[in-house]
Design a protein around this ligand. Structure first.
Ligand code: ATP
Ligand code: MG
Length: 588
């Protein structure tokens, strides 16, 4: 039961809390037009959330009960593995973020502001800096390590496109955990413990999910998994192998290197310059020169903190910027401006190419298999035909392109990639010393030597998980809560509350069930049965018990499972027993 801890519990007041006539559950017949995905629509319609500003929501009582269920599962599983709960401030001073360099690299998602003394602060989108500061100030011996700390807190990220309700908010609830270790081996041990804990958490939440390999992105580090809830509405492509258990997100999903790259001595000097006036896109150039888009090599220029870099991929392919960032070792990667291309590279937008380009050039493996291809000439209105690998300087060959369904799996002999959609509900990272080095989080080892701590970090989107549960569990009438996340377990519907017998029987039943610790929402409203049934389907409480004049006459209660639709008629003397059996079975 979720009630404020240590709050005085006046019994009548407590009972009133669960009466639907008294609870704030403002259901809607229709969802507002701007709600696109099912979870957003249903949470609004079920009176769980209300929008305050783009990506910023109020959680009403039903939503808070669901979040409380998720939090509880998370706490139990984190604590089972020895993690301790803390609560860091949401507001952080800029100095900490400057120490790690992220004040510059994090971008506009970091909401920055000044206090009255003109000091710079930010709202926490994640807390590596804050936790490393805490630990470096309070831990100094190997005897205090390992240390695994977590918090459940509101995060703020000024997302460019907040959407889909709780799925991609600007303000949202996250569990974030961080661990500190004497060495890599110990950090990796905890990484895998957390990986297992996450499996248990999402299983207990009743979600269908897959852990997938992930890039470490702006957070940095070298080993990471995302936990992806599979759902059609998911924003993330998830790539899995048809025959082995390899699975990765689109940034990480690897391709096999093509062996030709190293073997043959590349051709050079065969290219010719051809006029392509005003023809810039891959499709236009291919049509104009009567070649297939896969005979084109297109170049993409990015700016990094170390200057511009270029990636060369086949014309019909899509670059994964994270792969380029990884091979180039950049902290920051942004599309180059036209100005950079024209002024710094002395090229022409729409006509850039690798020949004569004087910046680091990363070439996709697939280009190694191309001969006599077409590229831009670095001159307005011209392309080059018959270009070969020997015509330009290659910094490195790399896996740069986006995997597609049907591409060969890099992990097994036979498998092919399949593509699904996923909602990222959690991610675990092995961080190494990225933050502890920058912030000088040190300890003395058993020999009295000073060493840098090794870290891991572990996040769960708590509010996003609630939305993901709805994406996976709903029908045309509303939500179908998995029992462990349901705001209430039983929905007691009194069909005609003005009938004295119905009211009295319902009250008795309600008391009996809640005394057993069951969570019951009593629809005691003076509404028509039609309205009650509709709302009940919408709220999605797993079991509905109906008390009506007709049933009372027959001496039977009706119980319906929201999930299966199965209806049972139960004599009053057996009801408690049956309900408790269901509760025990569903808790497993
Ligand atoms: P995404 O790729 O979806 O933007 P992320 O990888 O940036 O997420 P992390 O830094 O890994 O997010 O944060 C940990 C978890 O917090 C994520 O796995 C996700 O479940 C949740 N989360 C991240 N951003 C949001 C958001 N804008 N709204 C709701 N939940 C979020
Ligand atoms: Mg993530």
């Amino acid at each position: 039961m979720i009630v404020g801890w240590n709050l005085p519990r006046h019994d009548d007041q407590y009972e009133d809390l669960m009466k639907q006539s008294q609870m704030l559950i403002p259901t809607l017949r229709e969802a507002p037009a701007d709600a696109e995905v099912v979870s957003h629509k249903l949470m609004l319609r079920a009176g769980m959330i209300r929008k305050s500003a783009a990506g910023i929501y109020t959680f009403l009582p039903l939503a808070l009960r669901v979040l409380g269920k998720i939090e509880r599962i998370i706490r139990e599983e984190m604590e089972r593995d020895g993690a301790q709960e803390v609560l860091l401030p949401i507001v952080m001073p800029a100095e900490l973020w400057k120490e790690t360099g992220r004040w510059d690299y994090y971008g506009k998602e970091l909401l920055r502001f000044k206090d009255r003394g003109d000091r710079e602060f930010c709202l926490g989108p994640t807390h590596e800096e804050a936790i490393t500061d805490l630990v470096r100030q309070n831990v100094n011996s190997y005897r205090q390590l390992p240390l695994n700390l977590f918090q459940i807190q509101t995060k703020f990220r000024d997302e460019i496109r907040p959407r889909f309700g709780l799925m991609r908010g600007r303000e949202f609830l996250m569990k974030d955990g961080y661990s500190f270790h004497v060495d890599e081996e110990d950090a990796k041990k905890t990484y895998w413990l957390m990986y297992e804990a996450y499996q248990r958490i999402f299983q207990r939440c009743g979600l269908v999910f897959r852990p997938v390999e992930a890039m470490t992105g702006a957070i940095g580090g070298s080993l990471s998994h995302e936990f992806q809830v599979l759902a059609k509405s998911g924003e993330d492509p998830v790539l899995t192998c048809s025959s082995c258990d390899y699975a990765a997100n689109v940034e990480k999903a690897a391709l096999r290197p093509l062996p030709e790259a190293a073997e043959e001595k590349p051709q050079s000097g065969r290219f010719q310059k051809v006029a392509t006036p005003g023809v810039t896109s891959v499709e236009e150039v291919a049509r104009f020169l009567q070649v297939k888009p896969e005979q084109l090599a297109k170049i993409l220029i990015y700016e990094t903190e170390k200057g511009p870099v270029a990636a060369l991929i086949r014309g019909d392919r899509e670059l994964v910027p994270a792969k380029l960032q990884f091979v180039s070792g950049a902290n920051r990667l942004e599309m180059a401006s036209n100005k950079t291309i024209e002024d710094e590279l002395k090229s022409s937008v729409g006509f850039t190419g690798p020949v004569g380009l004087k910046i680091p050039l990363y070439v996709d493996y697939e280009i190694a298999a191309l001969r006599d291809f077409v590229t831009g000439a670095n001159e307005r209105d011209y392309h080059l035909k018959g270009v070969n690998l020997g015509d330009f300087a290659v910094t490195a060959f790399a896996d740069l392109r986006r995997v597609q369904a049907g591409d060969a799996c890099p992990n097994c002999e036979t498998g092919k990639y399949e593509e699904h959609r996923g909602i990222e509900v959690g991610q675990v990272f092995f961080l190494g010393t990225k933050y502890s080095q920058a912030m000088q989080a040190k300890f003395l080892d058993a020999q009295g030597q000073e060493r840098i701590m090794v870290m891991g970090c572990y996040g769960i989107g708590v509010s996003r998980s609630a939305a993901a549960a709805i994406e996976q569990n709903h029908d045309e009438n509303g939500i179908i809560w998995p029992y462990p996340l349901a705001p209430f377990h039983f929905h007691l519907l009194s069909l005609n509350i003005n009938d004295a017998a119905v009211q009295e029987t319902s009250r008795e039943l309600y008391q009996k069930l809640t005394e057993q610790g069951l969570e019951v929402l009593w629809d005691d409203r003076d509404e028509s049965p039609g309205v009650k049934f509709k709302d009940s389907d919408l709220l999605g409480i797993p079991y509905r018990i109906v008390v009506g004049a007709k049933g009372l006459k027959e001496g039977l209660f009706e119980m319906k499972s929201r999930k299966t639709g199965e209806v049972q008629k139960i004599p009053p003397k057996d009801l408690l027993q049956q309900v408790l059996q269901i509760h025990v079975r569903e808790q497993k």
